[in-house]
Design a binder for this molecule. Structure first.
Ligand code: AMP
Ligand code: MG
Length: 486
């Protein structure tokens, strides 16, 4: 018998489901056979007033044993090309969890085929599910808008990719899973009434401040552009590369969505490509902001049937750059411990990153070590930067500019250091760490997945017992290759 989900704080009543056909289809799941817990995110569960302990009813739900589920259709541009209809090919919406201050939709990823699965199997492998589970929580802890992961459940069900792997399901939650591709879908089909219904829904649910606007659609477009620009800056500031920035993976709320072949920078590299399949580097680290802008331009085309004013659309679209630059500078100023703004900051930041790039310096570790710098006393510099395994002389001329810049605002060591430690993480989800956790999990040992999750929940804390996860990655980390296959 299926779990009585309505009694487990999971409501079938979600406004998105209320949109009904053609936006939403009711579908069946195909539960994982003999599921077992890999992890239950008790911190997130607690914040949603859910049980902290793992329970059988939630194991049922999180493995797809539910009485009702829905999925939605969308389209999108993939790698710059119109891909036509896509849709939730392996995502099942179960309903929502509502607390006083949160409305979260609940979605399973990997619980079987849907009408939008095309030729694929509706499953997700353990490897990619661990990656999504860990990354979404790591990003949330870094204060970057993202979908969240409530649970990770596995099964011995074989799944064929390049080799035979086993299946898993991530239960993810988000205020909304609506993508640019949902809007594009109706625009490209010239289905104006549906396009209007969808945009009105987005405004009603997520941008109620626009309800009073005389020009709600263009204002909505501008807000999505603005949130996307800010998200791009946040990714850059933490060295996160998404890997598949297709418009079907872009959230209308400007949150990080669909973790596939993503990667966090180890050594700083403008040209870093995290997705092995992206041979041209369309979504390389340096190109991410442009890709975000490009996606907003694609979204502008989808608003065209309603706005019909090229100059107006383009004016709002172009605000992306201003918003991005502003956010980017703000975030990097914070990373560097600046409280005031100086004209010369942009150059100081650019020169720093070029230097890190040139000498292949670890991005996360550099900024974290920089937190220890003293404005007046340089005798400790050697010690501070020793973990980077680079000669201090490489940094000296930049460091002296940096010290001058700090003096300009009479920066106080203790205060700046503690501020900087709250913005430059000690721990990030390095690819090799995810890889080690996956290897153990594939042997049936989920302890590292759980430990990593716990450590990454507090990325700004020192956590001395896990210092080994905060050091330079091993040589073999360079060989890791992550593709779209999931
Ligand atoms: P992605 O590249 O993961 O964003 O997926 C692109 C599209 O393919 C989306 O519509 C997914 O739902 C669908 N998709 C990816 N993998 C599968 C799968 N194993 N089964 C069904 N649909 C899938
Ligand atoms: Mg996707």
């Amino acid at each position: 018998m299926n779990a009585p989900t309505e009694t487990l704080f999971l409501s079938h009543e979600t406004p998105f489901v209320g949109l009904a056909h053609p936006f939403i289809e009711q579908v069946n799941t195909k539960p994982l056979p003999q599921p077992y817990w890999i992890d239950w995110n008790n911190t997130l569960a607690q914040s949603l007033n859910l049980p902290i302990e793992r329970s059988k009813p939630w194991l049922d739900i999180c493995s797809g044993l539910v009485d009702k589920a829905w999925c939605s259709v969308y389209s999108g541009h993939q790698f710059g090309v119109w891909a036509g209809q896509l849709g939730d090919g392996r995502a099942h919406l179960l309903g929502s969890i509502n607390t006083i201050d949160k409305h979260y939709e609940v979605q399973l990823k990997g619980a079987g085929v849907t009408p939008f699965s095309r030729m694929a199997d509706g499953r997700a492998v353990l490897r990619s599910s661990i990656r999504e589970y860990l990354a979404s929580e790591a990003m949330a802890a870094l204060h970057i808008p993202t979908t969240r992961a409530l649970a990770l459940v596995g099964s011995n069900l074989p799944v064929r990719r390049e080799t035979i792997e086993t299946a898993a399901v991530v239960t993810r939650v988000s205020p909304s899973f609506v993508r640019f591709g949902h809007i594009e879908h109706y625009a490209h089909r010239n289905q104006l009434p549906q396009l209007i219904t969808l945009l009105d829904f987005i405004i009603n649910q997520y941008y109620p401040q626009l309800l009073e606007s005389d020009t709600p659609y263009i204002d909505l477009f501008e807000l999505i552009v603005s949130h996307t620009a800010r998200l791009m800056a946040q990714w850059q500031a933490v060295g996160f590369c998404h890997g598949v920035m297709n418009t079907d993976n872009m959230s209308v709320l400007g949150i990080t969505l669909d973790y596939g072949p993503y990667g966090f920078l180890d050594h700083f590299d403008w040209q870093h490509i995290c997705n092995h399949t992206d041979q041209q580097g369309r979504y390389s680290y340096a190109n991410q902001p442009h890709a975000g802008y490009w996606n907003c331009a694609a979204l502008a085309s989808a608003f065209w049937p309603l706005i019909n004013d090229e100059a107006l659309l383009s004016e709002r679209l172009e605000r992306f750059h201003e918003r991005y630059e502003w956010s980017y500078l703000q975030l990097f100023r914070k990373k560097l411990g600046f409280k005031k703004q100086e004209e010369s900051d942009a150059a100081l930041i650019k020169d720093l990153l070029d230097m890190l790039h040139h000498h292949q310096v670890d991005f996360t570790l550099f900024f974290r070590q920089l937190c220890e710098l003293s404005l007046t006393n340089s005798s400790q510099d050697e010690l501070i930067f020793a973990p980077l395994e680079r000669s201090l002389s490489l940094f000296n001329s930049w460091l002296s500019r940096y010290r001058q810049r700090l003096m300009l605002e009479h920066s106080e060591d203790r205060e700046r250091q503690s501020d900087m430690r709250r913005t430059n993480p000690r721990f990030i989800l390095r690819n090799y760490l995810a890889q080690e956790a996956i290897k153990l999990a594939e042997e049936g040992d989920f302890s590292m997945v759980r430990q990593l999750k716990t450590v990454l929940d507090k990325p700004f804390d020192e956590q001395p017992t896990h210092q080994h996860w905060a050091q330079l990655p091993p040589q073999w980390a360079k060989e890791i290759s992550v593709s779209c296959s999931s």
